[in-house]
Design a protein around this ligand. Structure first.
Ligand code: AMP
Length: 115
């Protein structure tokens, strides 16, 4: 797969505001936040998009990604009021960076339907 900016963030070749790191997962603040809290949570192994996931192989990663999202929601004090978790998939899904990432958005009232 082609190199993306997120691979460089994992390798610490470019700076990011990292808020969580484990053996399998990295979370950092979105550079162009769409809400008062906007964090991206990514696996450390390269997976392009949600449709490339093989749950038998990658299920543990999804579990950790969602656990980290819920932990960070508590850490950033948006858990009680609520928040939004988003995976964009492919061009119609609005995915710009071809490296699987979960958006954690909160701190304001979300709207529906999304744009
Ligand atoms: P998506 O449209 O779902 O692919 O989201 C990609 C997200 O990555 C966007 O919200 C961008 O603002 C964010 N982004 C791009 N480059 C960086 C970066 N260097 N550090 C943090 N976030 C970034």
């Amino acid at each position: 797969m082609g190199e993306t900016i997120f691979s460089k963030i994992i390798r610490k070749e470019i700076p990011a505001d990292i808020v969580f790191e484990s053996e399998n997962v990295l979370a950092f603040k979105d550079i162009n936040p769409q809400a008062p809290v906007h964090i991206l949570i990514i696996p450390k192994i390269e997976i392009r998009r949600i449709s490339d996931l093989d749950m038998k192989k990658h299920g543990y990663l999804l579990t950790e990604i969602f656990d980290v999202a819920n932990k960070l929601a508590k850490d950033f004090q948006i858990s009680e009021e609520g928040y939004r978790l988003v995976f964009n998939c492919g061009s119609n899904g609005g995915q710009e960076v071809e490296y699987l990432h979960l958006h954690l958005l909160g701190g304001r009232q979300m709207k529906w339907p999304p744009g």
